[in-house]
Design a binder for this molecule. Structure first.
Ligand SMILES: *Cc1c(COP(=O)(O)O)cnc(C)c1O
Length: 391
């Protein structure tokens, strides 16, 4: 009976994938466009480093694609998020609300600013922050003093909330923004996984005050390593550019810096890759949707698990396809991971809850009952865009 379920899951996965590959990776990059041409241009002209036309073009194209008023490229998604939090004023001892179920970079970026992650529970239907639990929780543990939200238990200020769009599925942003406004908390989106995902027609990352994107090698598009800050607040965006460089005041020869800049610039040679990748993004997204649809159909015949589909209010980029083991079958997770990985089908569980990692185990948190179940029941399955295209 147990083996039967594992066999069914394996054959559902394989039925959605092209035949005859020895290894199906979880998410690998595709370079099928102008990547060689643009990178060669960097090498030929010598413009490989921190300034160059591809950086400017990449930022412009990113703003166009997402509909954000301004985009600033950065060296990776983690540093982009760090700068977002710094810019909206997170500083020593401030608490920042975020899901316990997220990649560790979210919590790390909060820490780099001197902030303390404060973990909140997830929602079964979105995998993101549960807004229904959030409001009651904040009512119980906070008070508003001088337009600031104070945690009555710790005495710290709660400065920001970081919704993370898990595996590309958009968080329910309207109630989240409403709660944030009510409690004087700034919304910073971790949109690292959600390039090409939309909430009620708006690109993720353009709904809160400011957001971070990632172009790591395993993301929907890649610049090798890279990230970006997007915002509709042009002044904040300009400050982001200033801080991610060396905060040099523009002048022909003078080296005068008016802030402690971070030098988190994306090299031109990486931006060249990014420009080529962005040209292919619509096709990548289309392929990823089609692959997800194949999986959805294949898993209709496996009642022991469900294939996670986008929330009805939004559109997911299906960055990582996800199956959810139903309660009675959670115990099969490790065996299933073992079996698939041994067959060359790369699968992995969701992240360990950040609240249980050594450096964050003493951080404030609400009861994380849903996140704890999700942690045990989610499995990511192969999701590269070329797994559809190559059929
Ligand atoms: C990928 C990712 C980041 C940023 O990652 P980098 O590797 O620094 O680009 C941040 N948050 C989440 C949730 C991510 O998945």
């Amino acid at each position: 009976m147990k083996n039967n379920v594992i066999e069914k899951v394996v054959s559902a996965i394989l039925s959605a994938l092209p035949e005859g590959k020895k290894f199906y990776s979880l998410h690998e990059p595709s370079f099928e466009g102008n990547e060689w041409k643009y990178v060669k241009e960097c090498l030929d002209t010598g413009w490989v480093s921190s300034v160059g036309k591809f950086v400017d073009e990449f930022e412009k194209k990113l703003a166009e694609f997402t509909g954000a008023k301004i985009a600033v490229a950065a060296v990776n998604g983690t540093s982009a998020l760090q700068i977002c939090l710094k810019l909206i004023g997170v500083s020593n001892g401030d608490e920042v609300l975020t899901s316990a179920l997220t990649f560790v970079a979210t919590s790390n970026a909060i820490s780099y600013c001197g902030g303390i992650p404060h973990f909140v529970d997830s929602d079964f239907s979105t995998l993101g922050i549960c807004t229904k639990k959030l409001r009651g929780y904040l009512k119980d543990i906070t008070e508003i003093k001088n337009n600031e939200c104070i945690n009555k238990i710790t005495g710290n200020r709660i400065k920001a909330i970081v919704p993370m769009h898990v595996f590309g599925h958009p968080v329910d942003m309207d109630p989240l923004i409403e709660i944030a406004d009510e409690f004087h908390i700034v919304v910073v989106e971790d949109a690292a996984e959600s390039l090409g995902s939309y909430y009620k027609g708006r690109h993720t990352g353009t709904i809160g005050k400011i957001a971070a994107l990632s172009f790591n090698g395993n993301k929907t598009i890649t610049t090798g390593g890279g990230g970006a800050i997007i915002t509709n607040d042009i002044e904040l965006g300009k400050l982001a550019k200033h801080l991610t460089t060396t905060a040099k005041v523009a002048h022909k020869w003078e080296y005068f810096h008016d802030m402690c800049g971070y030098n988190f610039r994306l090299p031109n040679i990486c931006a060249a890759l990014g420009c080529a990748q962005l040209e292919q993004l619509p096709a990548f997204l289309d392929n990823k949707r089609k692959l997800a649809e194949k999986y959805r159909k294949a898993f209709e015949g496996v009642p022991e698990v469900s294939f996670f589909t986008e929330p009805s209010y939004g559109k997911s980029n299906y960055w990582l396809n996800t199956i959810v083991l139903k309660e009675d079958f959670i115990s099969l997770r490790d065996e299933l991971l073992e079996k698939t990985n041994s067959m060359g089908i790369q699968t992995r569980p969701a992240w360990c809850l950040n609240s249980s990692l050594p450096m964050y185990q003493n951080c404030p948190k609400m009861i994380l009952s849903t996140a704890e179940i999700l942690e045990k029941s989610l499995i990511n399955i192969p999701s590269s865009q070329n797994l559809f295209q190559k059929l």
